[in-house]
Design a binder for this molecule. Sequence first.
Ligand SMILES: *Cc1c(COP(=O)(O)O)cnc(C)c1O
Length: 233
Amino acid sequence: MSIAANIESLQLDLKPIGVCLVAVSKTKSNEEIMEAYTAGQRVFGENMVQELVDKYEALPKDIEWHLIGHLQTNKVKYVAPFVTMIQSVDSLKVLKEIEKHAAKHGRVIDCLLQVHIADEETKFGLDHADLIELLRSEEFASLQHVRIRGLMGIATNTDNEKIVKEEFYELKMLFDGIKASFFNSVSSFDTLSMGMSSDYQWAIEKGSTMVRLGSTIFGKRVIKHFKLKDGDN
Ligand SMILES: *Cc1c(COP(=O)(O)O)cnc(C)c1O
């Protein structure tokens, strides 16, 4: 199927159940992105800062760009002027940097806190204790230019359905618990980003409200060599 046909059929499935589709366009060309755009897609996700900035500059300005890869504090300044959502916040340090640059641009930037749910050392994210400590901190309470919209997680890269579903279930439970404890009257804490091409149906079954799909839409990516860490900026 074409990129356009993939977008149309995914949106047909996801819109009625209130699941937001993030089209993950990393490594894909502007032409391929425009094919998805022309089919009506507006939310796109990238994992590298430089690639995100280049695409933002070249492509239509009504695209909502989500950063989904690990963000180093010294790169925050490049995305702060335009990014719609940063899904990969994994420390108070980076959050404070986002606050600083968002304030400079008179913006409030939507963020998700990335939680480590996978049974793998390599995936970024906060563990439960770090997450609670961050949310309880006075510094967090003072942030005016970041809006925490929810949580994001990446499941273990396995085709073992039971393992992946358990990880999504745990993240959903954590989301509900965090919402009740820290965002009880905050209606904008509404986003649980979980599910990629290989596991998004399981994620939706477990309560995902946002899926991040790359290869399902655009086809397989050519693997770039000699990247130290996937998505490390
Ligand atoms: C690449 C990537 C995706 C999309 O992966 P696919 O398997 O191509 O759907 C989703 N989330 C993150 C964080 C990614 O880096």
